[in-house]
Design a protein around this ligand. Sequence first.
Ligand SMILES: [Zn+2]
Ligand SMILES: [Zn+2]
Length: 253
Amino acid sequence: MALLAAHGGSTEALLATITAFIEQQAAAADAPEAVDVDQMTQLPTTVAKSADKAMAKAVAARAAQAEAAAGGEGSGVDVGTLCKHSGCDNKYAAEASMGAACVHHPGVPVFHEGLKYWSCCPAKKMTEFADFMSYAGCTTGGCEFATQEEIAATPKPCRYDFYQYGDCLAISIYAKVADPMRCTFAASGKQLKVMVTFGFSNKFELDVQLEHAIRPQESKVEFMAPKIEIVLKKASGDTWAELGKVAEKSSLC
Ligand SMILES: [Zn+2]
Ligand SMILES: [Zn+2]
């Protein structure tokens, strides 16, 4: 109403004022970001149908799991979870597994000058890794299984690699159930910055000083079911021996 009064009701003048106001707001919103990313370009992303489906399936499975947990049933341990104790191969099958005999080594592995042994069994030093791994436990007790909560509280690492074809360099990031809405991919001619959120609570960051120059404007990202593929357009025909100087970080979000 104040705007209307100020412009004496002229629709054109009012529109011009509103347009200017919107542009001003947009410029103000963009400004800090432009400084932050340091001339980095956000790479365009597409999401394959298979990735959409995998995400929907994971969300449904997670909801079912949460519902089961809310019902007070079970211990919060996933069936198939391996016992935490060294040397024990028991897997969680049901509540009853908690009572199974747990033959294990309470000590820690010691690797020294080619010899391998358990700190709780120092008399038995071995040279073969397989012998060390299968050396029977010295203590019997109850198994202990990590709960879903404990597993969720541990950041999961994220594997990645790269390959080349034509004038492109493709980086595959094996992030299961990645959320496209919570991922960012930015690149300049010589740098790539990636932030991927996956498995609902894991964050993986990659900051690469690229070995050779790229064309960010012609580069892109695609979400596929088992991985995310970043395709960088090479600025020259060089074959890359390595990705460049890489800094990576896994955390919870
Ligand atoms: Zn032992
Ligand atoms: Zn055990």
